[in-house]
Design a protein around this ligand. Sequence first.
Ligand SMILES: Nc1ncnc2c1ncn2[C@@H]1O[C@H](COP(=O)(O)OP(=O)(O)OP(=O)(O)O)[C@@H](O)[C@H]1O
Ligand SMILES: [Mg+2]
Length: 260
Amino acid sequence: MITIDHVSKTYASKQGEHHALKDISLTIESGDIFGILGSSGAGKSTLVRCINLLERPSSGRILIDGNDITNYRGAQLKELRQSIGMIFQNFSLFQQRTVLENITFPLELTGCPKAKRETRAKELLDVVGLADLSARYPAQLSGGQQQRVAIARALANRAKIMLCDEATSALDTKTTVAILDLLKTINREFGVTQVLITHALTVAESACNKIAVIDDGRIVEQGATHSVFAHPQSNALHELIENSRSVISAQGVSIVEQGA
Ligand SMILES: Nc1ncnc2c1ncn2[C@@H]1O[C@H](COP(=O)(O)OP(=O)(O)OP(=O)(O)O)[C@@H](O)[C@H]1O
Ligand SMILES: [Mg+2]
């Protein structure tokens, strides 16, 4: 379980202070696929980066399974980061390493022997459906395939939490559906809790059991996905719904319908 307890984050810059997160409290249960939904600049990435301390909260606490991680440093911080996988919109693969070497990389950092690393990487290649492509380089893969490699790499150390920051935003609709299906499979079969940031309503709707809507650094509503979407309360969610309707009518199809 991830407990975000009255977390605020203020960035200081030459232009002054920016309050990116304002007193956020949120509980993400183990096994959730928890969506963080909000428009650009709302604070989604900042919030999720606080969970693995890529950003440190300015105030408040973050607990993982009851342990207060907020002030972790050194070996504890390293161990925390190893237990949390993260994937990004731009895949962030090592271009000079093959698919297999990308996946073994986090295991090298933990001193895992070569033969074990490769066995684990091959298991993961099977999970993500890329067993045939282990010797390729990232530039020789499609976007969807690159994201599969990133997912495998995120899981190499048997992470129990995955943070996905706009993981499908660079992908077309069909590939988005396939990647969301893979994340759901990983959630179900390996019990990996997923925190999924998105500004796309359809992604939250089709993948997440719970969502929180963030607007200007505050959580403006949260709950089970179906009930939040059945009775949207906040202006932020109404706006996202409006935007999404215009995109869907422009495309003539919704990802939810395609994903069936
Ligand atoms: N390192 C930083 N220094 C100063 N301000 C920052 C920093 N990182 C983010 N911000 C500001 O904090 C606010 C929240 O940013 P954040 O990246 O969390 O938004 P987001 O919801 O992820 O947006 P997007 O959907 O565009 O990725 C923005 O106004 C942003 O400009
Ligand atoms: Mg972001």
